[in-house]
Write a protein that binds this ligand. Structure first.
Ligand code: S3P
Length: 461
């Protein structure tokens, strides 16, 4: 199991980073390219293992994926000419891969099987299986899991491996009122809705990321949105051949805001001459962390705004000494828009004056780890006073005072490993982060990027 050794920051960070491609958009670019018959050139894929799982999955379904310089070229099959996979599809650690595939494969006339690693094999699938079954899908899972933690963990659910199909008739459109805001579930239902007879409507309780709606609509899919409702009206489109095509045959994946959050945090914790995170997706469904940091008193300039492939993109710029931050409350829609950033925001909260409260974040219990429990354990490893709550956590900040050097168990969770590494910059001596291999699922260049910025962080096998 590899480890990171991180030294405290002794000088302000500095540098310009081209942030690797967004993981969420990478999954969608790959999967939706399978659904087109013209080749698609994808530039700027982040290179993480999770996107690699989606790339391999689409080859099992009949696409060819080739590298051409910096780009990946996908020759898809179209929605109606996919191949039955010859073997079960390994989704690795990737919840997005398995849940999106559920919706796509639910409408296909062949049988498929999906499985994943130890962490994915504990993640709840009922949220996607139940609404797909209501559309006529045949999906079975491997039984149930019980809660992952004592204080408010997940209840019994269906978990991978999953068996899907074969479907002899078409799926039926349905109205879904989701109990949880989830872009993965929404995407699965949109993909099923495209293959169904009749209209599918999906309404969510909060603003989950909308990359699927943007990209599929740009490809000519019959999708409209009205507030938090997504409407898929496939009948006429389906009768006309169900063709999808990416305008220009190419897509540029902008930088991952979730990865950039660690770099922004590093610049806030250690101080910055100038740190520039270039080309970051600033889709408003992803920028909750910037709103939280603004509420804490951080000043992050959003420069050079532009549009890249239908997504708003900008450079994030941090200048100056580590700012005096104040505690805040993170709840409601902001929590949804910052859900993957709670571990790093909690790390920053430990450097802010006062007590920061994170609410409405029960979804963190069922991410790559129980992120409420693992974030609390990570913070405590540095001597931070904090407490888990069923729907979030409470963090007491001690600004200015160096933290105790930490030894963090990342619990094989990439975001815990990276959040611990950033907080280690504020410790009074070297810290050690254990079990960091999974950083490669989303941000394989994390160590080299941190070194470019001037941090002393190295990986040991
Ligand atoms: C993702 C959606 C979110 C997020 C995950 C990626 C996506 O999960 O936490 O990292 O790409 O659709 P939920 O759909 O469970 O909210």
């Amino acid at each position: 199991m590899s480890v990171f050794i991180v030294d405290p920051a002794t000088r302000p960070l500095s540098g310009t980073i081209d942030v690797p491609g967004d993981k969420s958009l990478g999954h969608r670019a790959l999967l939706f390219s399978l659904l087109t018959r013209a080749p698609v050139r994808i530039r700027g894929l982040g290179g993480g293992a999770d996107n690699g799982r989606t790339a391999r999955a689409i080859t099992q379904l009949g696409a060819t994926v080739t590298r051409d310089g910096d780009a990946v070229v996908v020759q898809g099959t179209g929605l109606r000419a996919m191949q039955a996979p010859a073997a079960a599809i390994d989704c690795g650690n990737s919840g997005t891969t398995i849940r999106m595939l559920c919706g796509l494969l639910a409408g296909q006339p062949f049988r498929s099987e999906l499985f994943g690693d130890e962490s994915l094999s504990k993640r709840p699938m009922r949220r996607v299986i139940d609404p797909l079954r209501a559309m006529g899908a045949h999906i079975t899972g491997a039984g149930s899991t019980s809660g992952q933690s004592d204080d408010g963990g997940a209840s019994a659910d269906v978990v991978p491996p999953l068996a899907i199909g074969p479907l002899s008739e078409r799926l039926r459109g349905a109205d879904h009122g989701l109990a949880i805001a989830s872009a993965q579930v929404k995407t699965a239902l949109i993909l099923a809705g495209l293959q169904a007879g009749g209209v599918t409507r999906i309404t969510e309780p909060g603003p989950s990321r909308d990359h699927t709606e943007r990209l599929l609509a740009a490809m000519g899919a019959p999708i409209t949105t009205r507030g938090r409702e997504v409407i898929v009206s496939p009948d006429a489109w389906s009768e006309a051949g169900a063709a999808l095509e990416l305008p220009g045959g190419a897509i540029d994946v902008p930088g991952d805001p979730s990865s950039s959050a660690f770099l922004v945090a590093a610049a806030l914790v250690a101080g910055a001459d100038t740190v520039v995170c270039r080309g970051v997706c600033v889709n408003p469904t992803r920028t909750g962390f910037l709103d939280v940091l603004a509420a804490m008193g951080a000043s992050i300039a959003i420069e050079n705004p532009r549009d890249v492939g239908g997504e708003p993109v900008a450079d994030l710029v941090i200048r100056g000494a580590a700012p005096e931050l104040r505690a805040t409350e993170v709840s409601g829609d902001v929590t949804v828009r910052a859900i993957d950033e709670v571990p790093i925001l909690a790390a920053i909260a430990s450097r802010a004056k006062g007590v920061t409260v994170f609410r409405d974040a029960e979804e963190l219990r069922v991410k790559e780890s129980d992120r409420i429990a693992t974030t609390v354990a990570m913070l405590r490893a540095f001597g931070v006073e904090c407490e888990a709550r069923p729907d979030g956590l409470v963090v007491a900040g001690t600004p200015g005072r160096p933290l105790s050097p930490g030894r963090v168990d990342s619990a094989s969770d990439h975001r815990i490993a990276m959040a611990g590494s950033i907080l280690a910059l504020a410790a009074g001596g070297p810290s050690r982060i254990d079990d960091v291999g999974n950083v490669a699922t989303s941000f394989p260049s994390f160590v080299s990027v941190m070194s470019t910025l001037g941090a002393s962080l190295h990986q040991e096998p």
